[in-house]
Ligand binder design. Sequence first.
Ligand SMILES: *Cc1c(COP(=O)(O)O)cnc(C)c1O
Length: 458
Amino acid sequence: MKLPYAEPFKIKMVEPIKKSTKEQRSQWIKEADYNLFNLSSDKVFIDLLTDSGTGAMSQFQWSEMMLGDESYAGSSSFLKLKETVQRITGFEYFLPTHQGRAAENVLFSALIKEGDIVPGNSHFDTTKGHIEYRKAKAIDCTIKEAFDTAIQHPFKGNIDVDALEKVFKKYPNEKIPMVIVTITCNTAGGQPVSMENIKAVSSLCKQYKIPLYFDAARFAENAYFIKTREDGYQNKTIKQIVKEFFSYGEGMTISAKKDGLVNMGGFIALNNEEVFKKATVFNIMYEGFITYGGLNGRDMGALAVGLDEATEVDYLESRVGQVAFLGSKLVEYGIPVQQPFGGHAIFVDATKFLPNIPREQYTAQTLAIELYIEGGIRGVEIGTILADRDPETRENRYPALESVRLAIPRRTYTNNHMEYIAAVLKNVFDKKSEITTGYKIVEEAPIMRHFTVKLEKI
Ligand SMILES: *Cc1c(COP(=O)(O)O)cnc(C)c1O
């Protein structure tokens, strides 16, 4: 018999979590204006809001915290992290930042200006926010298979190379400061990008002399999918695969709160010295001196260890395996989810789950609220609320998919928690015909409204 995966770690410390009743949760979510971001964490039983900064560190990371060098300039923790980033990514230049969006802010300040065009594969919300804030435009060139949750495709995060070339032909070269490839593609369901696709995008970018950058929050999970799904990579190590895909780009931004296995952190890594020098100025202005960039020395040390741990195959097998364990349970219950399963989360297709709720009443948000009331699970809407209004027309934007994302924190929950989550979804699915009204927005911010939006039940 083939042995199943098992976590390559055991548990040394536990953190209690609190149960509550449906009545309590109905009241709490109302008081929170039906926005799950407004709930205090003690009102949540299983928190799947995000996999960002919510994972567990290892004993080696914790011991590195004690070795943190808090010198303002040139700390040993910085040097340790710099060496690790160079070794793992292959990029020569490195700037720490306090998280992923800060890396975007610094790099985009150096490279993106008003009127620019930034093509990519379903840009992440903060990425898009930082592009649009500069009055530039993000163009989504993801393959169309990504937007049909029922289609099986091993690399739904891929870029449609023809669509990308059309963008290159349509706009003058100097208007396209970069292409951003997000690995894995969070917005499309944690879906990976193949090495073949990265290579094709890279050579097209070279042909048109447009730099290729990675938004690399889940680069290690992406490498695991390449290893297990793409011909020719089965016998390569994760670290070899990572090194190869980064070699096709000019640089990267990363939120280290994901595959960095830390609770806070980010960085920029680059090959181009000129861009590095420009970005350095903004890093000092926005983040801090270039050898800490908003991070404590101890945080940089823990991140250095985390990058090494995240790029080990046994860890990734249990990580991606646990997400697939939940996904398979849901499929068994007949629940519509994005397939194949993503690396960090299961995306529930809310349009198919709740056909009675029109998109104007925020289908995915309605489902997220129902899951919370039923079992104390906090997922997140990846749909119309997140998509914001069009910056010009101020109309709601309706994205191709209306989903609830159940993001699984790294090394945090057991498969019993996964069974519980699946049961909660099944209970709501069984009574879906009784759910007939959604929500309306009563207050919203002009950009990235999902964090603070206030809703009322219709
Ligand atoms: C999380 C994330 C970011 C932003 O990073 P923060 O650390 O949350 O600021 C950017 N891109 C992707 C793909 C992400 O998942």
